[in-house]
Design a protein around this ligand. Sequence first.
Ligand code: ADP
Length: 476
Amino acid sequence: MSIRLRLTLWYVSLLAIILITFSGALYAVLSLSLFTEVDRSLESRANEVSNSLSTTLEVQTEPRVFILRGGRLTLPTADAFSTPGVFVQITTLDGVAITRSENLGAQTLAVSSSALSQVSNGESIFSSMTRDRAPLRMFVVPLTVRGQVIAAVVVAESLQPVSDTLRQLAVLLVGGILVALILASAVGFVLAGTALAPIDRITQTAKSIANSNDLASRIEEKNKNDEVGRLAATFNEMLGRIEELFRAQQRFVADVSHELRSPLTAIRGNLDLLRRGAIDNIEERQTALAAVDSEASRMQRLVVDLLLLAQADAGVEIHKQIVELDTLLLDVYRQVRLTAPSVKVILGGEDQIQVAGDPDRLKQLFLNLMDNAVKYTPTGGQVTLSFGHDDNGDCAQVSVSDTGVGIPEQDLPKVFDRFYRVDKARSREKGGTGLGLSIAKWIVDQHGGKIDVASQLGKGTTFTVCLPLVKQNGTT
Ligand code: ADP
């Protein structure tokens, strides 16, 4: 069942419950008050007639005998009872009607013998009956003269007007409820449709994006402050992110194929020359083989880096342990110094530091930074490795500075992007894969640290890494 229909049903059911409860209460209160009003008026009229007749009968020497012999009584204020709905009758205690109001015509009001016996004991009673199929309410009171009950005064009123009023009210209420519910269903359905229309639009857009693979489409955000507007904004934000990831993925695949194509072309070219025997000079043959070897190594490095980045993307976690960072950095320093005879590699400040991390990954991180520093520093330049605590003593700070070519300011924010190179030719020539700094950044992030770069073109570059220190109790 659609949300629109469900909302409408809920709304209409709630309205129906409220209207029915309210109408039922109204009907009950009104009918109670109308019936009570009838009883009260019957009571007062009966007492009035009884008092008036008692006074009249006082003058009789034998009122009881007068009544028994069917003596005619003139009803007081007869006009007051000639209204079509109110009837009065005087009945002997044996049930014989001796006087009645004119509006009763030939008919009499039948009083049950049990009612008459109650009246003879001085009690007054209410009862209901029907006359000409119309409901009647009857009140019987004793007619007492000189302390003796000699007859019964019967006053009755037709309940027809009350029933008519109540029936009209019921028809009005039921009709009103039905009309209100039909109207409410229609209005509710339209309103729910209007409120949910933007969600439908979102669904349509999502469908069209799915069908056309067009991640650049966006949902129209009409009112950003309401719930649907916020949903549309969130959806657009998510689309933006997916589009960004998708484009990055496409760029990455294109970059990878491009990176693999150049060494493969070089390898195939050289192999082709060798196979065809086109090189007869032994030295040139050695050069061709060396080129094949170097391109194959570059491909190998590229594949290893790509594998690591794929693991990073898959969310592979590193395994941390307590690492003596100063010892690890001294190792890196010695290793780089041996392999870089063209530049001067020196140690700046050094301090004892412990961090929680993966020693292999940390070594890879600092080797990458040191290799880059050596790679981009011309012969005779200097590379400095320093490590210690930062000024606040919050983290282990390691910096790698060089006096090399530097990085233009506009390229600084991009150097950590995959395959980003400031100077593509120089990077390739030096055997770079363009992935070293993105791997370095991933390792730093995995250790909860920070990596920054500062550089001046033609003067040199400094990479600074901050890693959380291991505190006394072993926490970071
Ligand atoms: P590559 O394999 O090309 O060195 P990296 O990801 O390690 O890839 O570095 C990205 C780019 O940042 C390099 O191509 C280079 O242009 C620049 N770069 C990195 N380190 C330095 C440095 N110490 N001095 C100058 N440029 C650098």
